[in-house]
Design a protein around this ligand. Structure first.
Ligand code: O2Y
Ligand code: MN
Length: 612
């Protein structure tokens, strides 16, 4: 039995949690950091870490007058987005990962990654971050512990999740937690000068659903390293939901209040960088309507005793796409970041110590771009990376709903599935019933964005906007959605289920011009959704669901002709007949895993389109 390794900080663990202590020790002995720090989430810790990051050149402190207690970071240009081709679901059986996930046998992945982790934290500090996804007051708090060698990750996790001493205390001596191991994969040789953004060309973002573990190596950025977000709350969370009868979804949550004072809650699933944050923080353009935010990216939905589906946002911050965000497109996001306490990554830095990105109107005469270079409007390049992000506390959002911290969540009245299609998909349609809504979600299609490495603008299936985040076989995931449609809680009544709608803000005319103004005007679509819930709005029964008549949509004050509104709402049977073989090809990927009810929905669509 080798003598326990003496690593400073390892034995100053402020916990008696045996499994946690053993895991931290094993990891320290494998990765051999110079020190271990148990993160407490305090202001002092934030100050110490950000000072250290500024000192190392990883962060630039912004002008306190302009963005108090906020910082600018630049990644290595090779580490700018989620790496889907290096993201793995390592289920015991390959069939449980399914055709939309990369798979490696758990034992093989662990052997491979153990060798990568061996000594990888040399010269660095190993931080232990106890965190909780969702309120600590939940009946069953969803604990995680992230081990990382990145102080940037610690600072970001303090914004994005409940973390530190309060979580460690709540963990007690034996609470369950999801162990999440992260390293930037860049050991620091003695005397070597550190780089501002350490990372590795070798990247693995691996998930072990059966044992609820996460192992990440080589990337310091976003969903690859803030492991409470996509890795825990969606990929591991979705497997938990499958096993326990709830849903972990890539959805915003908003509260909508009508002029009459009636309150509705809406969740919306939109692919990455397709406007979830904007919709979650919407400023309605129609009088008397109010939107309040509960979350912009992730929703956990469970049945309440009353048989309604209740949603909670497990996150504590907003990690939004910066470019395109400004006081016209998302004033509430701008007001949130204006309060400070935020991190900005891969945006541009102004000469007076503020941030700037494309979409903020006229650019300053000079900027420092996301690569650290001098930039002028004549540079001919973007000042900010398309996937650059603001990371800011959700509590600073001026329209945060007062029910945000309710551990039971809010009752959902409507679910929106949002695609990003230039053609074919109408502005909004209501599903015929739950099964048809699941069919709409399962066949959601979108043009790809910069949120993930790869080509932009390619149309791909993105079921429930969860394609990169389903932690198991997508065919089983569709089945789980169908099962959820049987209702739950003490009053399992399908009438209590949310109604499902399919929206598309991105349709264009033949000249490529958007047919719908979007942004705050999307409140008009929310109004029609509510009126459908109340049974007061007209609709045309089309092959793809109930679509508003042009008159049923409140377009007062909009500079749109009736023809333009009709074009946005149009359902072309010919265009949808062209979709049929693509949907068939998509469904065939899942073989016998695909629920028969979805084949039946496709047959019904064919019949409505006059295809035998
Ligand atoms: O994680 C990243 O690097 C960007 S991707 C992302 C970040 C925040 C919220 N959602 C996403 C996404 O891809 O859906
Ligand atoms: Mn997202």
């Amino acid at each position: 039995m080798s003598a326990p390794v003496a690593i400073p900080g390892l034995d100053r663990a402020p916990t008696k949690h045996r499994r946690l202590l053993d895991w931290v020790r094993e990891t320290a002995e494998l990765t051999t950091p110079d020190a271990v720090v148990w993160c407490d989430g305090s202001d002092e810790e934030w100050q110490r870490l950000t000072d250290q990051l500024v000192e190392s050149g990883a962060l630039v402190r912004l002008n306190d007058e302009l963005k108090p207690n906020s910082f600018w970071a630049r990644t290595d240009p090779s580490d700018v987005a989620r790496v889907e081709e290096r993201t793995y679901i390592c289920s015991v059986d390959e069939s449980d990962a399914g055709p939309t996930n990369n798979w490696m046998a758990p034992s093989d992945m662990k052997s491979t990654m153990t060798e990568l982790y061996r000594g990888c934290m040399r010269g660095r500090t190993m931080y232990v971050i106890p965190f909780c996804m969702g309120p600590l007051t939940a009946e069953k708090p969803m604990f995680g512990v992230e081990i990382t060698d990145s102080a940037y990750v610690v600072a970001s996790m303090r914004i994005m999740a409940r973390m530190g001493s309060a979580v460690l205390d709540a963990l007690g001596g034996d609470a369950d937690f999801v162990p999440a191991l992260h390293s930037v994969g860049a050991p620091l040789e003695p005397g070597a000068e550190d780089v501002a953004w350490p990372c590795s060309d070798t990247k693995y973002i691996s998930h072990f659903p059966e044992t609820r573990e996460i192992w990440s190596f080589g990337s310091g950025y976003g969903g690859n390293s803030l492991l409470g977000k996509k890795c825990f709350s969606l990929r591991i969370g979705s497997a938990m939901g499958r096993d326990e009868g709830w849903l972990a979804e890539h959805m915003l949550i908003l509260r909508l209040t009508s002029p009459e004072g009636k309150v509705y809650h809406v969740t919306g699933a939109f692919p990455s960088a397709c406007g979830k944050t904007n919709l979650a923080m919407l400023e309605p353009t129609i009088p008397g309507w109010k939107v309040e935010t509960l979350g912009d990216d992730i929703a956990w939905m469970r049945f309440g005793a009353d048989g309604r589906l209740y949603a909670v946002n497990p996150e504590y911050g907003l990690f939004g796409v910066a470019p395109g965000t400004d006081y016209t497109t998302n004033p509430n996001a701008m007001r949130t970041i204006a309060k400070g306490n935020s991190l900005f990554t891969n945006v541009a830095l102004t000469d007076d110590g503020d941030i700037w990105w494309e979409g903020m109107g006229e650019p300053p005469a000079h900027l420092t771009d996301w690569k650290g270079r001098d930039w002028t409007p004549e540079s001919g390049e973007l000042s900010s990376h398309p996937n650059s992000r603001f990371c800011t506390p959700i509590k600073q959002c001026p329209i945060l709903a007062d029910s945000y911290e309710d551990p039971n969540g809010v009752p959902i009245d409507a679910i929106l599935f949002g695609g990003r299609r230039a053609t074919t998909v109408p502005l909004v349609s209501q599903s015929r019933d739950w099964a048809h809504g699941v069919f709409q979600g399962a066949t959601l299609s979108s043009e790809t964005t910069a949120a993930a490495v790869g080509q932009v603008g390619v149309v791909r299936r993105d079921p429930m906007a969860m394609l990169p985040f389903i932690g198991y076989n997508a065919g089983d995931y569709f089945r789980h959605w169908i099962e959820m449609g049987k209702g739950g809680g003490d009053a399992a009544d399908t009438d209590k289920l949310p109604k499902i709608f399919y929206v598309n803000w991105f349709r264009r005319d033949d000249d490529g011009k958007f047919l719908w103004p979007g942004f705050g005007e999307n409140s008009r679509v929310l109004k029609w959704v509510v009126e459908r819930l109340e049974g007061t709005a007209d609709a045309v029964d089309t092959a793809v669901g109930h679509v508003p008549t042009p008159e049923a949509l409140d377009t007062d004050g909009l500079d749109l002709t009736r023809e333009e509104v009709s074009a946005a709402l149009a359902v072309s049977d010919e265009e949808w007949r062209a979709e049929l073989p693509l949907i068939t090809e998509w469904f065939e990927k899942f073989g016998d895993k695909l629920p028969g009810v979805l084949w039946a929905e496709l047959d019904a669509l064919k019949a409505r389109l006059g295809v035998t």
